[in-house]
Design a protein around this ligand. Structure first.
Ligand SMILES: [Fe+2]
Length: 299
């Protein structure tokens, strides 16, 4: 039996009595999965995992997502770690700090906006799992917002007005917001990652709970102009990230934290960029798009 210790009620739990470096027996994995579906954010302390061990645990949750970084931001030859991971670090392929103008720095800065992973893909991320190898002494926390609790706190009439909306998510929006020059995005790079539609309100397949599905990647809501869309998305983001819905994780070396992208948002907090920080994220895809492939907005 694993030990499940709630850290923030019905949202975050710390899992003990478990060794993630070993293959978990099915019944133990089922307990972890049950906790994941209930809480949405799970913390495992003191789990020094190799890349292979982390991947082996992650793929118990579904199909692995290959990082978009080599295709749209960082060439494979300049990667520090395998494309099985998103590189959440400020280090280059030689372990040196990246420069102020490096694409990898814009990725890190964009991660400081509230988002959910890979919502800019037609089939977005289901689960993300970060493991920490190098942590900074101050700052660099990851904050998580419970989008189910945020949804449930909205008045019924408001929920009704939101429930059928669809938003456009664009990978480049959050990068441009932090200073990436839009003119530096080549047509090929742009075409490799087209904007995609996502529902604004999701229902969790295991818990049945509904949640807001928001991210800094949203450009607009279909059927609304940009200004109206921004007002709505900003207001809902402010609502969902109030302290009662948020958990802040302070990283220690060998922490593994996994979260459910279908019903949470997260963001990285700033830190001294002259201090090295290294984490790697394995991401598992959802089972399919949130809107049908042949969907088109009809006014
Ligand atoms: Fe993220």
């Amino acid at each position: 039996m694993i030990c499940v210790k709630p850290v923030k009620q019905e949202f975050v739990a710390e899992i003990g009595e478990i060794d993630l470096s070993r293959t978990l027996p099915d019944d133990i994995f089922a307990e972890v999965e049950q906790a994941f579906n209930r809480y949405a954010v799970l913390i495992f302390r003191n789990q020094p995992l190799t890349e292979d061990q982390q991947i082996a645990f992650a793929i118990r949750f579904g199909e692995l997502e290959i990082s978009v970084q080599p295709f749209v931001s960082v060439p494979a030859s300049k990667r520090r770690i395998s494309t099985n991971f998103s590189d959440i670090s400020n280090l280059d392929e030689n372990g040196q700090l990246v420069s102020q103008t490096d694409n990898r720095r814009f990725i890190n800065l964009a991660n400081q906006f509230w988002h959910t992973d890979s919502s800019f893909k037609r089939t977005p991320g289901k689960m993300s799992m970060l493991s920490a190898q190098v942590v900074v002494p101050e700052g660099g926390e990851t904050e998580f917002a419970d989008m189910r609790a945020a949804w449930e706190a909205l008045p019924a009439a408001r929920q009704e007005a939101l429930v059928n909306l669809v938003a456009e998510h664009d990978y480049f929006r959050s990068r441009v917001m932090v200073g990436l020059d839009p003119n530096s995005i080549s047509p090929e790079r742009r075409a490799s990652r087209p904007a995609v539609p996502q529902v604004l309100v999701r229902q969790h397949p295991a818990s049945g709970r509904k949640s807001l599905y928001l991210a800094s990647h949203i450009t607009h809501i279909y059927g609304m102009d940009i200004a109206e869309s921004r007002r709505l998305v900003d207001e809902l983001t402010a609502h969902a990230t109030q302290p009662q819905f948020v958990y802040t994780h302070r990283w220690a070396i060998d922490d593994v934290v996994m979260w459910d992208n279908r019903c949470t948002m997260h963001r990285g907090r700033p830190h001294d960029e002259t201090q090295p920080r290294a984490m790697r994220r394995a991401t598992v895809k959802d089972v399919g798009p949130t809107v049908p492939e042949n969907w088109h907005y009809a006014a």
